[in-house]
Design a protein around this ligand. Structure first.
Ligand code: PAF
Length: 288
């Protein structure tokens, strides 16, 4: 890859990135940080746009973190489009991109983050992807140590990830503000995701069922309890076009399942497989 001719700074080494950041911070610049695993789409660009409004300098990272994949096939198939990603970030006006090798992120003396996630990583994604959030916490913690931004930006499509990151960073990086940015959807309603590029056209149409189910769930909250709504949506999504993994209706802060009573910000989360592609989606359904 030819990275020498680019206008945007592209760093592959921690040391060089940190020299650049030290220089910017010495001039008084606030730093906004957008960590990603690449295969970028408009959802990522909306994080960059928000970061640009709120910071003097914005840096994105592209690193497919092996430690957060519990399934080696998923890691192997994860889309990788670094050239296209850097071009997209450049046109979004990013100041710098960090594109590290694995040894930069996990050097020999690397020490994993020690933090108790409580129940946050025992439910939903945590239950179906054991070890996933430990991997996310480790990479985000390491990236926060390297970049030490003022603010870091994450998409709400990964609703549980945002809850986990807010929790651990309050303990290990209280000076960094975690900003969650609303999910972007395509014109039909499909939540934008890097994994969508692995779907066939037919699977993309099938996947709209998740969005329709979430919208439908909102209409049920006035005359059903959370556990009834969960059941109704599970029944609706149990079909032979895709494999539903879970539907959960949770408290947005502690992610505990709701049963009889609605709470402010009650969120429905869904995961399903379309062929071998696993998609997640979520929506605040109460109040609607
Ligand atoms: O959401 C993602 O793309 C990843 O989980 C993150 C936060 C960049 C950590 O690898």
């Amino acid at each position: 890859m030819n990275i020498a001719v680019r206008k945007t700074h592209v760093f592959t080494e921690v040391r060089k990135l940190q020299l650049y950041l030290a220089d910017e911070k010495a001039k008084g610049a606030s730093v906004g940080f957008v960590p990603t695993m690449g295969a970028l789409h408009e959802g990522h660009i909306s994080l960059v746009s928000q970061a640009k409004k709120e910071n003097d300098v914005v840096i994105a990272c592209i690193f497919v973190n092996p430690k957060q994949f519990n399934n080696p096939i998923d890691l192997k198939n994860y889309p990788r489009t670094p050239e296209k990603d850097i071009t997209l970030l450049e046109s979004a006006g990013i100041d710098a991109v960090f594109l590290p090798k694995e040894t930069e992120i996990y050097p020999d003396n690397y020490a994993p983050a020690i933090v108790d996630l409580g129940e946050l990583d025992q439910v939903m994604e945590g239950k179906f992807r054991p070890g996933h959030f430990k991997g996310v916490v480790n990479v985000v913690n390491r990236l926060f140590d390297i970049v030490q931004p003022s603010k870091a930006y994450f998409g709400k499509k990964d609703f549980q990830q945002v809850a986990v990151i807010k929790h651990f960073s309050k303990i290990l990086h209280p000076q960094i503000a975690i900003v969650d940015v609303p999910t972007l959807r395509d014109a039909k309603g499909l939540a934008l995701s890097s994994r969508n590029m692995l779907l066939t056209e037919e699977q993309k149409t099938d996947a709209l069922a998740l969005y329709y189910a979430l919208e439908f769930a909102k209409t049920l909250t006035s005359n059903h309890t959370p556990k009834e709504v969960k059941k109704l949506i599970e029944n609706r999504l149990n079909c032979d076009k895709f494999n539903l993994e879970y539907v959960e209706l949770v408290d947005p802060v502690n992610l505990q399942a709701l049963t009889d009573n609605w709470v402010q910000g009650a969120t429905m989360c869904i995961a399903a497989f379309f062929g071998s592609v696993r998609l997640i989606d979520n929506m605040t359904i109460f109040p609607n």
